[in-house]
Design a protein around this ligand. Structure first.
Ligand SMILES: [Ca+2]
Ligand SMILES: [Ca+2]
Ligand SMILES: [Ca+2]
Length: 196
C-alpha cells in the first residue's frame, strides 16, 4: 500500500506540473488486485483474515518493521528488551554523529582551497553559496565575523562546525529559489498502463 501511495503521489505530481489533460490509467496500476492481496494475506486459507493476517496486506511495511525488530534484538532471542532498544537508539545516534563528522571534515577540506587548514572568507563564501544557498552579503559578513571566535579572519574547523550548525538560525539572506523548469518525460508517458 505504501508503494501504491508513492506511485499515486508521483503520478499526481506529474499531472499537477506537467499536463493539463488527465491521463487515462488503468485502475490495476493504482490499486493492487484486492483479491490477490487478500489471498496472499490469508495464510491459513480459511477465507477470512485474522488481525495478524490483515497486517500482512501491508507486506512492505511489515517487512520493514521485521527488519527494524531484528536490528534491535541484539541477542536474537526473539524479544526486544528495553536495554536492547536503548542500546540500539544510542548506536544509531552515534552512527549519525560519526556520519555528520565525516561530512563536515569532507566539506571543510573540499573548500579549503589553499590547504592551509582554515577557511578564508572567500573560501567559505563558495560553501555558503553552494551548500547553504545564502547570499554572501552584509548579513553573511556579519555572521562570518561572529563565527570567527578567535578573530583571525578565518574559520578553523571548530569555527566552521559552529557556523554550519547555526546558519539556519542566523539572520542570513537566502538566494531566490529558481523556478524549476518542467522536465518532460521522454519517452512520453503511455496513456494506458497495464501490469502483468
Ligand atoms: Ca533480545
Ligand atoms: Ca584555506
Ligand atoms: Ca578564526
Amino acid at each position: 500500500m505504501l508503494l501504491t501511495t508513492f506511485i499515486l503521489a508521483a503520478i499526481c505530481v506529474v499531472l499537477a506540473h506537467g499536463r493539463s489533460e488527465p491521463l487515462m490509467i488503468d485502475p490495476p496500476f493504482l490499486q493492487p488486485n484486492q483479491e490477490d492481496q487478500f489471498k496472499d494475506a490469508d495464510k491459513n486459507t480459511d477465507g477470512k483474515l485474522s488481525f495478524d493476517e490483515y497486517l500482512m496486506k501491508e507486506k512492505f511495511w511489515v517487512d520493514m518493521q521485521r527488519e527494524n525488530f531484528k536490528n534491535r534484538d541484539a541477542n536474537g532471542d526473539g524479544f526486544v528488551t528495553l536495554q536492547e532498544e536503548q542500546a540500539y537508539v544510542k548506536k544509531m545516534e552515534e552512527e549519525a554523529k560519526k556520519q555528520m563528522e565525516a561530512y563536515n571534515q569532507e566539506k571543510f577540506s573540499e573548500y579549503d582551497e589553499n590547504k592551509d587548514g582554515m577557511l578564508s572568507k572567500t573560501e567559505m563564501s563558495a560553501y555558503a553559496d553552494k551548500y547553504l544557498g545564502v547570499l554572501t552579503d552584509k548579513a553573511y559578513d556579519d555572521f562570518f565575523s561572529l563565527s570567527d571566535i578567535n578573530k583571525d579572519g578565518k574559520l578553523n574547523y571548530k569555527e566552521f562546525k559552529e557556523f554550519d550548525a547555526n546558519w539556519l538560525g542566523a539572520n542570513l539572506t537566502f538566494k531566490p529559489v529558481p523556478i524549476r523548469p518542467f522536465i518532460a518525460i521522454d519517452p512520453p508517458m503511455p496513456t494506458k498502463i497495464t501490469t502483468n
